[in-house]
Design a protein around this ligand. Structure first.
Ligand code: MN
Length: 148
C-alpha cells in the first residue's frame, strides 16, 4: 500500500489535511466524511492494510436496506485522516468543507477482490454492509448498500 497518489495531489504547507504515513497495525475503524467540494459527496473510508481505503459516494449513504449507492474508489488516505475535519483552501484538491458524518468500528466478514462485506458499528451506519465492484459503470465503480 502506498500514499503516493494522496501526497501527489496535495500541498501540505497549504492544506490543513494530514500528510500521514502507512502504519503497520490497522485499527478496525471506519469514517464517513461529508465533503462540500464542487459536488457535495460523502467519503466512505475503511481502515485496511495500514491505510484508509476510500470511496466517494455522491448521495447520502443509506442507513436502511434496499437503497444502493454508487461508490467511486479514490486514492488511499492515511489513517489519521479519519479525524480530519476542516476547510480545504480554495484552489486546492477537494477544496471545501469536510465534516465527520459518521465514525465507528467495523468487523470484516468477507474480503474478495470484487466484494467486501463488513459489519458497521457507527452512530448512523449500523448493520451489515456490502461494497461490490460494479465494472459495468467503470473500473473504479462499486455499489454500496446495506444487506442486514
Ligand atoms: Mn472527497
Amino acid at each position: 500500500m502506498s500514499l503516493e497518489k494522496y501526497k501527489q495531489k496535495r500541498l501540505f504547507t497549504e492544506t490543513p489535511e494530514p500528510p500521514g504515513e502507512v502504519v503497520e497495525q490497522t485499527p478496525s475503524i471506519f469514517v464517513v466524511q461529508e465533503h462540500h467540494a464542487s459536488h457535495l459527496h460523502w467519503d466512505f473510508r475503511l481502515a485496511m492494510d495500514g491505510v484508509l481505503k476510500s470511496w466517494a459516494i455522491p448521495k447520502e449513504p443509506p442507513t436502511e436496506k434496499g437503497i444502493k449507492r454508487l461508490a467511486v474508489q479514490t486514492e488511499d488516505h492515511p489513517l489519521e485522516y479519519a479525524d480530519f475535519e476542516g476547510e480545504i483552501p480554495p484552489g486546492h484538491y477537494g477544496a471545501g468543507k469536510v465534516i465527520i458524518w459518521d465514525k465507528g468500528t467495523y468487523e470484516l466478514l468477507k474480503k474478495e477482490p470484487e466484494k467486501l462485506v463488513f459489519k458497521l458499528e457507527g452512530n448512523r451506519l449500523k448493520g451489515t454492509y456490502v461494497l461490490l465492484r460494479f465494472p459495468k459503470a467503470g473500473p473504479k465503480n462499486w455499489l454500496f448498500f446495506r444487506k442486514g
